[in-house]
Design a protein around this ligand. Structure first.
Ligand code: GAP
Length: 515
């Protein structure tokens, strides 16, 4: 289970998200629905900025990647060919007493061995501290039962590896008592629906569990448009749906989420490792470009024996979330598996003819696949800060701020007239807002003390606040802009520093910093 400190940080982030309108529980007025989330006014902007940044860098700025928007519901045979109907399963375990469900690969257990003899079993849910938690539980068990002798170190194993005779002996994570866990069984995570008026087998269809299959199913259609030559990629952003057994950690694992995937097709004779490395580095650099700290990103190479039979290699970019280091972005070398499968199931040739060598072959693919929601959570977690700043009366107070990169910040600049009841301040501030709003998302706020307004923007992650005050009209009394009117104060979020700028130079100054 997660450390208490991690829980506190997550609670603060969840509460900020609700308070400031980033993320709400879906259908909250009806008690909510587990695994589904709504994005409020600030969350919708943040998501859009993440998507737009990725699309700009992945598609628009490159000559070798084109975009696609395929349908969410596709022909059911797509999912037979891809292997999802038969194999897109997680091992599920029921606790017969608590009626809770678990993923067997997220339950860990160990025998409690004293003087070489197994006296009981302990269990823990997946976390960064599995071995420590199991060891603590084993020590507690031995102490409570007053068992004499030497306790051996625990041997953590996944519940998927439990032998049939061990299953009734492993305590349930819900009740702490043994005897209520069922053996793991395969649970298909695809959401099923019916297309058309009939509700029989022939009408069954699925909500897509990944966007990737759209790129394979449309490979020939894109190729036939004649704009692309190997090596090239097809990219897509869109919703995916998985009936996760245990949605958790806020938006980290949900049942409806959004993916940004790209299938990069290369020659079967090309060096796939070179391309794999290229895309891992690209993804890492891109994460850093939107503000994630390099120190929190690591790489995890899937062990060969755990890869699907067709996969040549998969590397995950991992991020240090408050609840542990977890997968953010998977970069997989999938060989020619997907195109070959769709060629087999559809009867359509999905090869590529190389004009230069006059050779036909089935391209191989490198696939970087990431979830928008996981990036958004990583951004929020790394941006969340608390510091001390003086309030309006100069008294130090704790300030909560989101140090969002200006590229993704939902509001780029807030425009604030110093006082609401001075018509000249208000109309000048509105003039500045109208000047800027054609180029960026601007928020106009004239309610409350100026310090309180700054704090609200700090919590929203707004990098700049522009204040229109009396000196805007009277002219500056001193400093480099002495005597000059039509100036404003620009306050920077992270250090609270303020500087004076002429309104005529404001747009250029801001554009330079938000790009
Ligand atoms: N086409 C390959 C594919 O879908 P995946 O590892 O299952 O691979 C890719 O998913 C990415 O999608 C993950 O790295 C993660 O960022 C995101 N993702 C997967 N399942 C998710 C879920 N239930 N909730 C939120 N994001 C999810």
């Amino acid at each position: 289970m997660a450390e208490p400190k991690a829980n506190v940080v997550m609670e603060k982030i969840v509460s900020l998200c609700k308070r400031r309108g980033f993320i709400f529980q879906s259908s909250e007025i009806y008690g909510g629905i587990n695994g589904f989330w709504d994005y409020g006014p600030l969350g919708a902007e943040l998501r859009r900025n993440i998507r737009d940044s990725w699309w700009n860098d992945m598609v628009r700025s490159r000559d070798d990647v084109v975009g696609l928007e395929s349908s969410i519901i596709m022909h059911p045979k797509v999912w037979e060919a891809s292997g999802h109907v038969a194999g897109f399963t997680d091992p599920m375990v029921d606790c017969k007493v608590s009626k809770q469900r678990f993923r067997a690969d997220q339950i860990y257990f160990s025998p409690v061995i004293v003087d070489g003899k197994t006296v009981s079993y302990v269990c823990a849910l997946e976390s960064d501290r599995i071995a420590e938690e199991l060891q603590e539980s084993a020590e507690t068990y031995k102490r409570k039962k007053a068992i004499q002798g030497k306790l051996e170190p625990v041997q953590p194993r996944e519940f998927t590896e439990a032998r049939p005779e061990e299953i009734p002996l492993v305590p349930s994570p819900a009740t702490g008592e043994p005897g209520s866990l069922t053996p793991p069984r395969a649970f298909n995570m695809m959401f099923q629906t019916y297309v058309g008026a009939l509700r029989d087998e022939s009408a069954i269809a699925y909500l897509r569990p990944e966007t990737a299959q759209g790129m394979f199913a449309d490979f020939k259609a894109v190729l036939d448009t004649g704009r692309v030559k190997i090596p090239f990629g097809i990219a897509q952003i869109g919703k995916s749906f998985r009936n996760e057994i245990t949605p958790r950690n806020f938006i980290f694992r949900s049942r409806e989420f959004e993916q940004m995937e790209m299938e990069f097709f290369i020659s079967d004779e090309d060096d796939w490792q070179k391309w794999h490395r290229y895309w891992i580095d690209w993804c890492r650099d891109w994460l850093i470009s939107i503000g994630l700290p390099a120190s929190e990103i690591s790489e995890y190479n899937h062990p060969k024996e755990k890869l699907a039979f067709y996969s040549k290699g998969t590397t995950d970019l991992m991020f240090r979330y408050p609840f542990g280091v977890q997968e953010l972005w998977g970069i997989a070398a999938r060989g020619d598996y997907d195109l070959s499968q769709h060629a087999k199931f559809s009867g359509t040739a999905l090869g590529y003819f190389d004009e230069a060598t006059k050779r036909r072959y089935v391209p191989h693919v490198i696939e970087p696949a990431v979830g928008v929601d996981r990036i958004l959570l990583a951004i929020l977690c790394s941006a969340y800060h608390e510091d001390q700043m003086p309030d309006d009366k100069g008294k130090m107070e704790t300030r909560v701020l989101l140090k969002l990169h200006p590229r993704v910040a939902p509001i780029k600049v807030a425009v604030l007239p110093l006082l609401k009841n001075k018509p000249n301040l208000v109309s000048k501030a509105q003039e500045v807002r109208d000047l800027l709003r054609k180029h960026m998302n601007v928020f106009y706020d004239d309610t409350g003390a100026i310090g309180r307004r700054y704090r609200r923007q700090d919590e929203a992650g707004t990098p700049f606040c522009v204040t229109v005050d009396f000196e805007t009209f009277e002219g500056m009394k001193e400093g480099p802009l002495a005597g000059q009117s039509d100036t404003v104060t620009v306050r920077q979020r992270d250090d609270g520093k303020q500087e004076r700028l002429p309104i005529s130079g404001l747009l250029g100054w801001l554009m330079e910093r938000i790009r």
